[in-house]
Design a protein around this ligand. Structure first.
Ligand SMILES: [Zn+2]
Length: 679
């Protein structure tokens, strides 16, 4: 008897030990590939292979939750920022640098350095100045524990959960240093930036002005899943222990960061003096276009930390470092015409045709004008001279009219679609005019590109040139046709061979495995971007449930208001879209979603918050309701269970009263969540 129990115990122990070693081996493999992909930009396996390993690890961890550790690659997207963003003081100030705007100012800086160092030899380290947001990442016992934004330099915000999603930020570092801090820049690549803005256009949201704003906005969203989807990068440039440089030379510090597995910009140079710095500056001024991200200058630092200390600080900035900026890339030219492009939702975008002009080493002949309102705001007419600027966009923008043309001719939005001749309509309250022909080839091409894009259905190889051929030759008349393509149809196309056709078909096949939120955002429903798609999938669990829901029920999903609900409802009532959905179902796409069951006292209950609560902020109240398994909706409907009302509650309270919904205060909410005993 005793022996049996002992054997059973032994077997159980052995199973756990086996799982443990398998989990550890998988984590090691995943970390290695993350490093190759995100830090070195040299992947050795495909995304699909990576996903497969990740899924395997997720399954094992789900079976053995006791073995989950915070540095597991599965834990990049997990928690929520706890209570909004907590303010945290930096170990030592993260002050900004003084600027040198031209060579003269750079020479002045060098002269001061030479004087202050009293003739001693010195070296500079020149690095590219990435245009992003500075952040400090803290490690304890080799584990990533906290990330703080620069903020005002003294106090920043705790963005740990969001920073965790940045794949080039290691969650574990084995360097034997018990506690250290890595400062660096969070950036968004140009390509990711453009994709994000294109998506925001389609959703009717305002565009980010440049990749820096986009990166800053992405690290500060309250949903780590969104941060994860934004594909940010972290480039490390300072290694600190107790707020002090860890090495006696800045260059050594960068090398050490590199060895520890951080992404350190490879474009850096140890310079013997000012002339070498100037060479580096000029070299990268010419080569900036080769980079996948924006730079706005170079950073020049004294290499020796002892000399840095000797030079010290002014009230605002160190005397041992300077940002040597590039001139803004603007140019003047003439608007020769205004063309109109048709997007996925049928939106017509005016684009200025420019007399070709060189801006920062690139010849520019087009600039986006966004919409009619923008043209009006600029006071622009065809024939005018304008100042254009290149920032993050590949398509530059018009900053202002520098002198009116003569003659000049006002622009009128065409009344018919330039692609299909269909009617163009501008609806009340909308900035965009749209082609309303749902069969418009321009709309179809855009829908296919959106459907296949990265972060949606990830069909690599389905680019613009191919999509043009597919639509023009009638091979793809609807999104469903993507799944009917055959090698014999593809091989005769331009720039297509047997090999690339097979590769493309494999990518198409693989896209069928993507989860429901991807499918939902691939459909191109207006106002349904990646975040809304995730929330809808979580709330309803299947595409059929979403398609069947009425406008009221749809608002049960978090953050889905009447406008979004209306758009979803309408979408699934269009015969053409029903046909599309059925076709995709037959093709074998994922229509079901495993809803992560949240258990708690508020499970299944929907809350609406209104007014100012006495102690909790809205975010805090929301976090507590969700932690207890409840949901928070944006508007009151008959499906609302409770309205939590504070001071100055508005129309939501009136609606709740009218519908007879139970109204509670903060105290009662806390009792319901079980955080405070009834008194
Ligand atoms: Zn059209």
């Amino acid at each position: 008897m005793f022996l049996k129990v002992a054997i059973a115990l032994y077997n159980k122990q052995r199973m756990i030990t086996d799982a443990k070693s398998e989990i550890e081996a998988l984590r090691k493999t995943l970390r290695h590939h993350e490093y190759l992909y995100y830090v070195l930009d040299k992947p050795e396996i495909t995304d699909a292979e990576y996903d497969q390993l990740m899924r395997k690890l997720q399954e094992l961890e789900a079976a053995h939750p006791e073995l989950i550790t915070p540095d597991s690659p599965t834990q990049r997207v997990g928690g929520k920022p706890r209570e909004g963003f907590v303010k945290v003081q930096h170990s030592t100030p993260m002050l900004s640098l003084d600027n040198a705007l031209n060579e003269g100012e750079m020479r002045d800086f060098d002269r001061r350095v030479r004087q202050l160092l009293g003739g001693a030899p010195y070296r500079y380290v020149a690095e590219l100045k990435l245009d992003g947001l500075s952040m400090a990442a803290h490690y304890r016992e080799g584990l990533f524990v906290r990330a703080i934004t620069r903020g005002d330099g003294i106090v920043g915000e705790d963005v740990t959960e969001n920073a965790r999603t940045i794949r080039s930020l290691p969650l574990r570092v084995s360097n034997g240093i018990p506690e250290f801090e890595v400062r660096g820049e969070v950036i968004m690549n140009r390509q990711a930036f453009e994709r994000l803005n294109a998506e925001r256009d389609q959703l009717g949201l305002s565009r980010f002005a440049n990749p820096r704003n986009a990166a800053a906005g992405s690290i500060r969203v309250l949903e780590p899943q969104i941060t994860a989807s934004r594909r940010l990068h972290f480039y490390a440039y300072f290694l600190l222990i107790n707020g002090e440089p860890a090495h006696e030379s800045h260059w050594e510090s960068l090398e050490a960061l590199n060895r520890f597995g951080f992404k350190v910009n490879p474009h850096r140079r140890l310079c013997a003096g000012l002339e070498e710095v100037l060479d580096f500056y000029r070299e990268w001024e010419g080569r900036r276009e080769e980079l996948p991200y924006e730079i706005d200058g170079i950073v020049v630092k004294i290499d020796s930390v002892a000399q840095q200390r000797q030079l010290g600080w002014t009230a605002k900035a160190p005397r041992w470092a300077i940002a040597f900026k590039y001139a803004a890339r603007q140019a003047e030219t003439v608007v020769e015409g205004i063309e109109v492009q048709v997007g996925r939702t049928g939106a017509l975008t005016p684009v200025a045709r420019l007399r070709p002009v060189e801006v920062g080493g690139v010849t520019v002949s087009r600039a986006t004008l966004h919409n009619e309102d923008e043209i009006e705001r600029l006071g622009l007419e065809i024939g005018d001279s304008v100042i254009i600027e290149r920032s993050g966009d590949v398509i530059p923008k018009v900053v202002r009219v520098s002198s009116p043309g003569s003659p000049r001719q006002p622009f009128r939005m065409p009344s018919h679609c330039p692609v299909c001749g269909g009617k163009v309509v501008r609806e009340e309250g909308e900035v965009a005019s749209r082609c309303i022909n749902t069969n418009c080839p321009a709309r179809l091409k855009e829908s296919i590109l959106h459907f296949a894009s990265r972060g949606v259905m990830d069909i690599d190889g389905m680019g613009e040139a191919l999509v043009d051929q597919l639509v023009d030759r009638g091979l793809v008349k609807s999104l469903v046709d993507i799944y009917k393509l055959t090698a014999s149809q593809l091989i005769p196309l331009e720039r297509m061979g047997k090999k690339s056709a097979e590769k493309l078909l494999a990518n198409i096949e693989r896209s069928k495995q993507l989860p429901l939120p991807r499918v939902l955002s691939a459909l191109g429903i207006r106002f349904v971007g990646e975040r809304t798609a995730v929330l809808l999938a979580e709330a309803f669990g299947s595409l059929d449930a979403i398609a069947a829901a009425d406008v009221e029920t749809l608002q049960r999903a978090e953050e889905v208001g009447p406008k979004v609900a209306q758009s979803i409802y309408q979408f699934f009532r269009e015969p053409r879209n029903i046909e599309l959905v059925e076709g995709l179902r037959k093709a074998g796409l994922k229509f079901e979603h495993k809803v992560r069951k949240k258990k708690g006292p508020l499970q299944g209950l929907t809350f609406v918050l209104t007014g100012t609560l006495p102690t909790l902020t809205r975010e805090e109240a929301k976090a507590r309701i969700e932690a207890a398994g409840g949901k928070v909706a944006g508007s009151v409907s008959k499906l609302t269970d409770y309205v939590v009302a504070g001071e100055k509650a508005g129309s939501k309270l009136d609606k709740a009263k009218a519908l007879g919904i139970k109204i509670i205060d903060e105290q009662q909410l806390l009792e319901l969540t079980g955080e405070r005993a009834s008194s």
